[in-house]
Design a protein around this ligand. Structure first.
Ligand SMILES: Cc1ncc(COP(=O)(O)O)c(C=O)c1O
Length: 466
């Protein structure tokens, strides 16, 4: 068996795992392994090359980090598209996509979920012949109640509603009568575009509170609650979209207290809570003693957005009215995907998957924050957190997001304009959002460098100092 290091000519030490990578490189170059081909198992390759299994594991992990291969749980490792180009360095003019907001495509549990769907078809055959429970399969809600405990949300299946994406619940809340009899809605500014659209389409009367990289002004929030007959405050309590801001426990507690004091409901959007490494973080739901916090959660950012699965935890006083609204919207969420999610939880696949996702996104978040610090001019300020997908860059005066975006497109770098995430009266035109979820680790710094260069160039064209 080879030792993990061996001496090459001129005393250079070569690690065995690098040699293993080289063997795979050659096989791809010779066409013996093509896009999507399965790599030899760890045992087979260690036998073939007479090296330890650990060296093969290390080589495969390294290649996965370099995005040359990807792993499919319980199946093995596979060759990615563009392997040869990636292995030589960067694909020329490679698109750097900070725009796409879905989860990392290589890490989605597609095959695992396929098995669960197949099982669900058999298990829930009868249910699919007729209409099912409006609130969602009870057996799934039992699993969800257990899962929610990991997020410090202690509730019962009777209060959980399975919804067709958390967006459905958010949309329904806009027009739903609330027990406080009030009509106006308070939102963070900026906020998730889908909710802005819901408000516009339902002609809601809206009050905005600005979220900066240090959160919201609680005194301003109190004034809004006090003066404007607020039905509910829609708030993303961690990994805010787009700023990435996560509220501290003290802030969350205070907001819940204000809600109680002024009889305002809170719609807490915890769409990415599963990605939080900080186990000491509580949702606002945990601080609520008066049934005023409605909790919503999405499965889109951690599983597959196309499943359209989410949940909401409704206070007893609103269950009936929400049930009617859900019935009117789509009768119920498809049984097949609900059943598959239930099996996915029961098999323990969800926990294993989440662990991996947390690590992956935390690493991407760290790389992004480092790149911001390394490259951005001091006149541009940035927000963001570790673990989540999103962060924003506020451009220095007089730059506008749309001009930078046009410029970056010529460099094949794509970012989003935060303008559409504001109500018209609060709109800012100088903020861009970067989503780091679908971007490869080694492209993050290159992409931010290009953004920084473009900012400098555009400022120079306008004769502004950097
Ligand atoms: C903050 C936030 N909440 C909710 C949603 C909607 O998620 P879902 O796919 O579960 O409807 C999104 C989607 O991007 C989002 O960004």
């Amino acid at each position: 068996m080879l030792c993990p290091y061996r001496l090459e000519g001129k005393g250079k030490i070569v690690r065995i795992y690098e040699e293993i990578i080289e063997v795979i490189n050659q096989r791809v170059a010779q066409g013996l392994l093509g896009t999507g081909s399965k790599l030899p198992s760890i045992r087979a390759l260690s036998d073939e090359l007479s090296c330890s299994k650990n060296s093969v594991i290390k080589a495969y992990q390294e290649m996965e980090n370099r995005h040359l291969i990807y792993s499919v749980p319980k199946s093995g490792y596979y060759v990615v598209e563009d392997y040869s180009l990636r292995q030589k360095g960067h694909i020329e003019n490679e698109k750097i996509d900070f725009l796409s907001a879905g989860p990392d495509k290589h890490s989605m549990p597609y095959l695992d979920f396929k098995h669960c769907i197949n099982q669900a078809i058999d298990l829930y055959k009868e249910e699919m012949f007729s209409y099912s429970e409006i609130q969602g399969l009870r057996s799934l809600r039992l699993e969800l109640a257990k899962h929610l405990q990991d997020l410090q949300v202690f509730t019962v299946p009777e209060r959980i509603f399975v919804v067709t994406g958390s967006q459905q619940a958010l949309h329904l809340f806009v027009s739903l009568p609330f027990p406080n009899g009030k009509n106006n809605i308070c939102i963070e500014q900026p906020t998730h575009t889908g909710f802005i659209e819901s408000l516009k389409h339902q002609n809601a009367v809206v009050y905005g509170i600005e979220v900066t990289k240090t959160g919201i002004d609680l005194h301003d929030l109190e004034q809004i609650f006090k003066q404007n007959s607020i039905k509910f405050f829609y708030i993303t309590s961690r990994f805010h979209n787009p700023t990435g801001y996560s509220y501290s426990n003290a802030e969350k507690k205070k907001i819940v207290e204000l809600a109680q004091q002024y009889d305002v409901y809170i719609v807490e959007d915890d769409y990415m809570g599963d990605l939080d490494f900080n186990l000491k973080q509580d949702p606002m739901f945990a601080y609520d003693t008066s049934g005023r916090v409605i909790y919503t959660k999405s499965f889109s950012k951690i599983l597959l957005p196309g499943l359209r699965l989410g949940l909401t935890v409704i206070p007893d006083s609103m269950k009936e009215v929400f049930l009617q609204a859900k019935f009117a919207a789509d009768l119920h969420t498809p049984v097949l995907t609900q059943g598959a999610l239930e099996i996915y939880f029961k098999n323990g696949m969800f926990h294993a998957h989440i662990k991996k996702m947390r690590e992956m996104y935390r690493n991407k978040g760290r790389l992004l924050q480092t790149a911001y610090r390394d490259h951005l001019p001091s006149s541009a300020s940035f927000s963001g957190s570790l673990s989540g997908f999103y962060s924003t860059i506020e451009l220095p005066y007089p730059l506008k997001a749309k001009h930078l975006i046009e410029h970056l497109m010529m460099e094949s770098v794509y970012v989003d304009d935060v303008g559409k995430m504001y109500m018209p009266e609060c709109k800012k035109e100088n903020v861009i959002r970067l989503s780091v979820s679908q971007i490869e680790d080694d492209s993050i710094s290159i992409g931010v460098q290009k953004i920084a260069d473009s900012i400098r160039k555009l400022l120079k064209q306008r004769n502004m100092s950097i």
